[in-house]
Ligand binder design. Sequence first.
Ligand SMILES: [Zn+2]
Length: 266
Amino acid sequence: MRADIGVIGGSGFYSLLDDAEEITLTTPYGPPSDVVTVGRIGSRSVAFIPRHGRDHRFPPHRIPYRANLWALRSLGVRQVLAPSAVGSLKAEHGPGTIVVPDQIVDRTSGRVQTYYDMGGAVHVSFADPYCPSGRAVAVSYARAGEWNTVDGGTLVVIEGPRFSSRAESRWFAANGWTIVGMTGFPESILARELALCYTSLSLVTDLDAGVEAGEGVTHDEVLAFFARNVARMRTLVADTVKALPEERTCPCGSTLDGIKLPFDLP
Ligand SMILES: [Zn+2]
């Protein structure tokens, strides 16, 4: 089984492909979050992993991020879409907004964030963490689907599993950052280290605690909001999958050019 495009579904997004084949994989980093389903959307072959497992057994800080990206690459995947639920740091980007971020701030701690931790130093560029081609397609289909769409913005990734305090949230907002989540890192850097394209489709489910109108949030509220929007999200992901370029012209695939790797990539 091979796939060109990988989708890593977030909270509330546990399935994507009907009539798909299930593959149980393991990797040098252990098994991924769940069985991988491989099927087709239009003419594209797609591999889907539910980020937290289908039963949501992995909290954000325990997700096997390295295994998930490695598994996708080993199936042939070179472009990854990452739908996820986020809180908004700006009152004008309320629930139901789709943000396609172009920058990221890492506020996690203690998560393994590299494949290259022995056998020589490998320093990849992360100046622009997201795929420009994938972002452009996602933005255009979010707009076409009549989502309130934000093209660009900064995702701050917190360690979790707790939500932010009001002071933390106000600090993030004061820095001009746009949305807050718990899984966008190290997923994005691990994708980059494997020379994969990576595009985040971040669905705002709530206003974060430091935004004036925000009351704070519970996990049940996040899941309930996502459940009401999951059919629309599936449509957006499917539209984006179908429109991703077949040949990559973005810089993502040449990330590792000229770098001596300590092992071969799958
Ligand atoms: Zn790319």
